[in-house]
Design a protein around this ligand. Structure first.
Ligand SMILES: Cc1ncc(COP(=O)(O)O)c(C=O)c1O
Length: 374
């Protein structure tokens, strides 16, 4: 199946009684243990509704298997605690989601796991590797300046050194890139964003080969964090329109990025689809579309960021991203508020940097709203 077809059809468990076209929602949390080879139970990650979604996501990411969680952080923390043990070391890209940073900074040392941060280029990641390194973790495109990691080179590094490579590919969604195809070992999504796509669902997924996912599922049964049947169904339903949504978001974001780049009140635009973005060359090679996330820096003589946000009529300030509606935030005051100012500025992020999660509305309407507020 081509990806658009897999979005609609892969994994569906048709109801043999009614021949309805959707997977029914099986609400039971207790199953007759005598008729199954292995017991079925939601926290064993093996109910019909969980398996239907995993099969669809695995088809979309070209993965053998996956484990579905009740949040993106559930997926991230479980993968870390599966692949790392006391005495191990992990190298992380220095620009990662704040929640992942907080998990690493607050819990890894307690588990006897050490870590280092490195810039998201292969030479810097390689330089941070020690004899104890068991995992390299990246986020691409990264939040909020959309740096892109060279995935083929990262996979080669992991294979050369015998280190497991893991990517948070949330910003791209499976529509725009498939990291496993480049040879990475594990791909993670916060399904709360593009996979759910309607800002009404919290979930996450880790995908990879059967052996790795078997280990992740085993850890997950200790930690919990499974997704309930109703949410599985909502996610399965959302995924049927994933391609239509994300392709429209790609188009809208590119249109806005080009328009904002020409606007006198905008100092700089960060979007990997623009020739001016430092990662454009790599993004063009490994991404089919450049995504719905873009950031821009207000010019010194533009309105203050808070006033600019207040003036918007259509675009709503909100945390999170990836929904059908366009939302906006100031990362220095939200996702990156806990980062020391010096570190934030070293990364190129200021209080005038604005992050836009572009939705599926009419792009001219979105531009008119931004122009008027500027
Ligand atoms: C890139 C990225 N990864 C992971 C997460 C965590 O996902 P969740 O909030 O579903 O736990 C987020 C949430 O904002 C995110 O933006």
């Amino acid at each position: 199946m081509k990806p658009e077809t897999a979005s609609v059809h892969a994994g569906t468990r048709l109801d043999p009684n009614t021949r309805g076209v959707n997977t029914p929602i099986y609400t039971s949390s207790a199953f007759d243990y005598r008729v199954q080879e292995e017991p079925v139970y939601p926290r064993l990650f093996n109910t019909v509704n969980q398996q239907a979604v995993v099969a669809k996501l695995a088809a979309l990411e070209s993965a053998e298997d996956g484990v579905l969680f009740s949040s993106g952080m559930g997926a991230i923390s479980t993968v870390f605690l599966t692949l790392l043990k006391a005495g191990d070391h992990v190298v992380l890209q220095d620009q990662i989601y704040g929640g992942t940073y907080a998990f690493v900074a607050n819990l890894l040392e307690r588990a006897g796991i050490s870590y280092s941060f490195a810039a998201p280029d292969i030479a810097s990641l390689r330089a941070a590797v020690t004899p104890a390194t068991r995992m390299v973790y990246v986020e691409s495109p990264a939040n909020p300046l959309l740096q892109v990691v060279d995935l083929q080179a990262l996979a080669a590094l992991g294979q050369e050194l015998g280190i497991t490579t893991v990517i948070d590919s949330t910003f791209a969604s499976p529509v725009n890139q498939n990291p496993l195809r480049f040879g990475l070992d594990v791909v993670i999504h916060s399904g709360t964003k593009y996979l759910g796509g309607h800002s009404d669902l919290c979930c996450g997924v880790a995908l990879g080969n059967e052996a790795l996912m078997g280990q992740v599922r085993q850890t997950a049964t200790y930690l919990g964090g499974s997704l309930d049947a109703q949410s599985c169904y909502l996610l399965e339903r959302s995924l049927k329109t994933l391609h239509v949504r994300v392709q429209r978001q790609n188009e809208n974001a590119l249109f806005l990025a080009r328009a904002l780049e020409r606007h006198p009140k905008v100092q700089r635009v960060y979007y990997p689809g623009l020739e001016s973005h430092p990662s454009h060359g790599v993004a063009r090679v490994q991404m089919r579309g450049f995504g719905g996330m873009l950031s821009f820096e207000l010019a010194a003589d533009a309105a203050a960021p808070e006033l600019f946000l207040d003036r918007l009529q259509l675009i709503q300030p909100a945390l999170s991203l990836g929904g059908v509606e366009t939302t906006i935030c100031v990362p220095a005051l939200t996702s990156h508020r806990n980062l020391p100012v010096a570190e934030r500025e070293r990364q190129g992020l200021t209080v005038r940097t604005i992050r836009l999660s572009v939705g599926i509305e009419n792009a001219e309407d979105l531009l008119a709203d931004i122009q008027s507020a500027l």
